[in-house]
Write a protein that binds this ligand. Structure first.
Ligand SMILES: Nc1nc2c(ncn2[C@@H]2O[C@H](COP(=O)(O)OP(=O)(O)OP(=O)(O)O)[C@@H](O)[C@H]2O)c(=O)[nH]1
Ligand SMILES: [Mg+2]
Length: 461
């Protein structure tokens, strides 16, 4: 963490809580003149004489008019979120009062904060690294317990720690190479190449794991789309309703009931599954609308992260199910084969009907039998190819792309080591990987990139 703290000339102000009516609203100021500005509006006490990290109750008074009774929280820099002098004003939760307090601050010399400007200042003052700052944005946007947890982990710096370890590995490597370059005249190769190889192999493994975790990170952030596919009357809409615990889709014994796709979200253990009920697929239908629906079902099947193929085992012969499985396998689809309406037949008999098809699951969508097992299977499918790196998960696309570059550069180093290329060329690739790594934590970032990243925050953060 840096010891130099910058205090910007501009003192910024913004509402830190969501706009609208609430019990309280918090207005935040940060900058050189925070104390001076609020002191003018807060007649009860001289704030410049109060201790940092203290609370004060009193009225905000502007042009002789009391606006609201508030609680002030004082934070003197550098012991504050941004590293500057910060004051948080907790006022009553009416948008009208909040606007008046903000206006009073503006008239007294503050200016409105740009999106993410508080966090940007915190970053520039070394309070957070860039990946942590971005985690603040993720945390604010997170809507499941799983995404909340990863965002929190990232703020606590788990991700930065993982990157730091990686960086140390690379610096160690580059130091060894530079050492060899220094002595290159003497024509001795005293740096043990096998040791270098081991270092790079470790670093590659490290980045591989982080890169893989993005797939899961993305799942946590954006959810998993699950298309429920099958023939008319298989019970797809019934399954959707039972999973959601509500009568969302129309169910009837008339084949072809569902004409258009229906999407609803289901939260299983903190992961959002976007369930998509589709029109039943049959080979021949003379109904134009139904055909249109079927077309859409096939499209959804291709786009979904996961497909539940629901079938009535009393109606689907062995060969047909086998060819459905083969077809999805070939298309590279993640699928579950689920036999429905098992309340009407015998599970053992049905299993015997499909002797060589693995991973079959039998449920009753209508009475909820084995639905918990189905949910577990859905979860397993999500977690299938996740390589967990001590819970460090990459959720940010920018980090992911930079890590992919780091990985590529490292593979070039490895290739170079195998081909016994000279040390100065190896050093080049190593520097390239360090460069990309630095872009994640913000050690190496240009101003445009910074502005772009922080502009995606909302105002007041
Ligand atoms: N016995 C039994 N009947 C079921 C079960 N699940 C669904 N059904 C019945 O099967 C019929 C068709 O159910 P739907 O959920 O409408 O089937 P669907 O697959 O959505 O059909 P389409 O929208 O026409 O493609 C209805 O009469 C349901 O009550 C089950 O687990 N057991
Ligand atoms: Mg239906």
């Amino acid at each position: 963490m840096s010891n130099r703290y910058i205090a910007w000339d501009d003192t910024i102000v913004a509402l830190a809580t969501p706009p609208g009516v609430g019990a309280i609203g918090v207005i935040r100021l940060s900058g050189k003149r925070s104390f001076e500005i609020i002191n003018e509006l807060f007649p009860s006490k001289d704030l410049t004489k109060q201790a940092s990290h203290s609370l004060h109750v009193g009225f905000i008074v502007h042009e002789g008019k009391p606006l609201d009774e508030v609680v002030l929280s004082l934070f003197k820099g550098p012991r504050s979120y941004t590293g500057e002098d910060v004051i948080e004003i907790s006022c009553h939760g009416s948008p009208f009062i909040q606007q008046q307090v903000i206006d009073a601050c503006l008239q007294s010399g503050a200016r409105l904060a740009k999106p993410g400007e508080f966090t940007q200042r915190a970053f520039l003052n070394g309070k957070l690294d860039l990946s942590q700052a971005e985690a603040v944005a993720d945390l604010i946007a997170s809507n499941t317990s799983a995404s909340h947890k990863t965002a929190l982990n990232n703020i606590r710096g788990k991700f930065s720690d993982a990157l730091k370890d990686l960086r140390e590995q690379l610096i160690k490597f580059s130091a060894l190479i530079e050492l060899e370059l220094d002595f290159s005249q003497e024509d001795v190769e005293f740096v043990d190449r096998s040791q270098l190889k081991k270092l790079v192999a470790e670093a590659i493994q490290h980045t591989d794991a982080l890169v893989h975790s993005f797939k899961f990170g993305n799942v946590i952030k954006n959810g998993v789309s699950v298309a429920i596919i099958g023939k008319p009357n298989a019970g797809k809409s019934t399954l959707l309703n039972t999973l959601l615990n509500e009568d969302r889709a129309i169910v009837s014994d008339i084949p072809g009931t569902t004409r258009d796709t229906i999407e609803e979200v289901l939260n299983i253990d903190g992961i959002l599954f976007r369930l998509i009920d589709t029109a039943g697929i049959r080979n021949h239908s003379h109904d134009v609308i139904e055909n249109f629906g079927i077309e859409k079902s096939l499209q959804k099947m291709k786009q979904a992260d996961m497909v539940i193929y629901l079938f009535d085992p009393t109606e689907i012969p062995y060969d047909e199910l086998q060819s459905v499985a083969t077809d999805m396998e070939q298309k590279g689809i993640n699928y579950l084969l689920v036999g429905n309406k098992i309340d009407r037949s015998d599970e053992t008999d049905m299993r015997m009907k499909y002797p060589t098809i693995d991973g079959l699951l039998f449920i009753s969508a209508k009475n909820g039998f084995h639905l918990e097992v189905l949910k577990e299977r859905m979860m397993d499918l999500v977690l299938k190819d996740v390589v967990s790196t001590e819970n460090v998960i990459v959720t940010n696309a920018r980090h992911y792309h930079a890590l992919v570059q780091v990985n590529e550069a490292l593979n070039d180093v490895m290739e170079g080591l195998r081909n016994k290329i000279p040390g100065d060329l190896l050093a080049l690739d190593i520097r390239r990987s360090l460069q990309y790594l630095g872009e994640i934590t913000g050690e190496i970032t240009n101003e445009d990139q910074l502005d772009y990243i922080f502009s995606k925050f909302c105002i007041g953060k």
